[in-house]
Design a protein around this ligand. Structure first.
Ligand code: FPP
Length: 239
């Protein structure tokens, strides 16, 4: 278990297909089962010694799903974070959230804030929920905030470097992901952490998210460990 990724990001995909395959009339059951898979992934990652786990729970684009599904996802979110506070405390996990959080329903924002405050002192792992999150939107906002600092004379244009851009993103406090996992067999990034995953290893698994278990997490980590992360260098230089 050496050479573990420090930060794993997961695109949890396939809840709707899982619900359909299991004969459920709505996709909601898939999201409900998806929460259990998230619990297994988070506790599994914490047990393995992963320091940061970031999951794509609701994208900026997901607002255009049918209203009933959006409402159900928000209800599941509120209920789940309330219910899982005990586990977060037991496992010493800090809850964090990124995205346009002010667009979430008020009860959702309040519950998130409450659990983030309650777990603020936990330091074994940081679990970040990306909610109402879109990477292009995040980068756009970061550019606007840097431009404003330049306009106010607080920042010189030549001081806008990679660190300044990273520092203006919602993920400023975290290292970049080393490993991105996407479930359900789809092979795309869907506007998730575009700047931050420049050097990440991508692993696509043929499992629908509700069926994801600690074994799948271990499989993805094993794939990561089997890769040579050259970051521009030659194989020989790494030896
Ligand atoms: C993708 O599957 C999944 C989502 C859009 C939502 C992810 C949400 C959860 C796992 C549960 C709620 C989260 C929290 C943090 C409590 P899909 O619906 O796109 O599936 P499909 O591609 O098969 O249609």
């Amino acid at each position: 278990m050496n050479n573990l990724p420090e930060h794993i990001a997961i695109i949890m995909d396939g809840n709707g297909r899982w619900a359909k395959q299991h004969g459920f009339l709505t996709r909601i059951k898939g999201h409900e089962r998806g929460v259990l898979a998230l619990k297994a992934a988070a506790t599994g990652a914490a047990e393995l010694g992963i320091k940061y786990l970031t999951v794509y729970a609701f994208s900026s684009e997901n607002w255009s799903r049918p209203q009933a599904e959006v409402n159900a996802l928000m209800r599941i979110l509120v209920k789940s974070i309330k219910r899982e506070l005990k586990t977060l405390m037991e496992k010493n996990i800090r809850l964090n959230a990124i995205g346009n959080l002010s667009t979430l329903p008020k009860d959702c924002q309040d519950e998130l804030q409450e659990v983030m405050n309650a777990t603020a002192g936990n330091d074994h792992m940081v679990l970040t929920l990306a909610l109402s999150y879109g990477s292009r939107q995040e980068i756009t906002q970061a550019m606007q905030s840097l431009a404003l600092q330049v306009a106010n004379g607080e920042l010189k244009p030549e001081d806008i470097d990679q660190a300044a851009i990273s520092g203006a993103l919602h993920t400023a406090e975290m290292p970049d992901p080393d490993l991105v996992i996407r479930t359900s067999g789809e092979q795309r990034i869907s506007n998730f952490l575009l700047w931050q995953i420049s050097y990440a290893e991508l692993v696509f698994l043929n499992v629908l998210w509700p069926d994801f278990s600690k074994e799948h997490l271990e499989q993805a980590i094993a794939q990561f460990q089997g890769r040579e992360r050259r970051i521009g260098k030659t194989s020989e230089q790494l030896k």
